[in-house]
Design a protein around this ligand. Structure first.
Ligand SMILES: Nc1ncnc2c1ncn2[C@@H]1O[C@H](COP(=O)(O)OP(=O)(O)OP(=O)(O)O)[C@@H](O)[C@H]1O
Ligand SMILES: [Mg+2]
Length: 335
């Protein structure tokens, strides 16, 4: 059974500490760190919401690592990737001979996470029939392997994550209300990087320190790159930041330089909450359009076809707009 948790273990240990190391960081991150500690002391289900690349999985791993379950497995399942006839067997395991190809008995993700933590990533993408089944398992505390009759006791702590707003996901029929109730005992929000002003530079320095240490170098950021990083609003969040530092590090001899297509922060006061976008009056039309397009794309989890459809434009038009935004020319009336 594929288990990306194991493969990433080495990388992860350093990181999970990362999210709890908030010295000098924004108050929202310090608050998140204390919420992680509180959540870790309980067995309650946690629902982590945040934009792509903001650090949701890291939060889940940090909760696990700070909990009594830390020496037991952390199993991550991408709910968007499990579907179809084998989904039940993947999650809950199967007995030998229960379907064609089931040559041996196999534990599912749920059983593998027993005693530890099951991380349901992109939980809003879980197929509806699976949500019903899962809810029943959580409510009864027992489950059966596919084709099996033994009742197994459920003993995995559930943490789930989504970059969609859970209430909006219920409203648009993706997520069952009763399932959400069960999952959302402790809600946590990982703020996007643009909401935590100084954190980008602090994180960037940590990433650079780690690279310097690993490769025995002493490279530094140029003043220009530091300024650019502080001004940029990081639509891809910490993942984008980490990649940017890595790229600049590879290209640099001694001083890291990287052009970031920064747009003035002041222009970006859009806020998405509960599936609604709000913009200050007086926002230039070009900026408003950009915010609306980017928020729609985020709402559809980056699915450009769905986003284009809902915006009533062709896929080509959407690509043209995104291309313009990427080049940092917000208001350009092209495409
Ligand atoms: N506070 C942090 N300190 C160090 N690294 C971080 C921090 N937050 C995020 N990262 C790194 O940024 C990358 C993205 O984080 P993560 O995978 O947890 O994001 P995510 O919210 O789950 O993204 P997605 O929605 O795309 O799955 C990872 O490489 C992670 O290690
Ligand atoms: Mg993730």
């Amino acid at each position: 059974m594929p288990n990306r948790t194991m493969a990433q273990r080495g990388d992860t240990l350093a990181c999970t500490e990362g999210i709890l190391e908030t010295a000098g960081m924004s108050p929202v991150m310090r608050k998140l760190a204390s919420q992680i500690q509180l959540a870790a002391a309980t067995d309650a289900s946690v629902f982590v919401v945040g934009e792509s690349g903001a650090g949701k999985e890291l939060v889940a791993r940090a909760i696990h690592a700070a909990s009594d379950r830390k020496d037991q497995p952390f199993v991550a399942v991408n709910c968007g990737a499990i579907s179809g006839s084998l989904a039940h067997a993947e999650l809950f395991g199967h007995e030998k001979g229960s379907f064609t190809g089931a040559v041996t008995q196999s534990a599912g993700y749920f059983e593998s996470a027993s005693g530890g933590t099951l991380f349901l990533d992109e939980v809003t993408e879980m197929p509806p029939d699976m949500q019903v089944h899962f809810l029943r398992v959580l409510e009864t505390g027992t489950y059966q392997r596919v084709g099996g009759s033994d009742l197994l006791r459920a003993n995995a702590r559930i943490i789930c994550a989504s970059n969609r707003d859970p209430a909006a996901s219920v409203a648009d029929g993706r997520l069952r209300q009763d399932f959400l109730h069960r999952l959302l005992v402790i809600p946590l929000r990982v703020p996007p990087l643009r909401e935590r002003e100084a954190d980008a530079v602090i994180l960037a320095q940590r990433f650079l320190d780690a690279l310097n240490e690993r490769h025995q170098t002493r490279k530094v950021f140029s003043r220009r790159m530091l300024d650019a990083m502080a001004r940029y609003d990081w639509p891809g969040n910490v993942r984008e930041l980490r990649n940017a530092v890595q790229r600049a590090y590879i290209l640099a001899d001694a001083e890291l330089n990287l052009e970031l297509a920064a747009r003035p922060r002041a222009a970006r006061q859009a806020e998405v909450r509960d599936g609604q976008l709000s913009l200050p009056l007086g926002t230039p039309l070009g900026d408003a359009q950009r915010e609306f397009i980017l928020a729609t794309l985020a709402h559809y989890a980056g699915d450009k076809r769905l986003a284009a459809e809902s915006l009533g434009v062709s896929l080509k038009t959407l690509y043209n707009r995104l291309d313009v935004y990427e080049k940092g020319d917000p208001g350009a009336p092209r495409g």
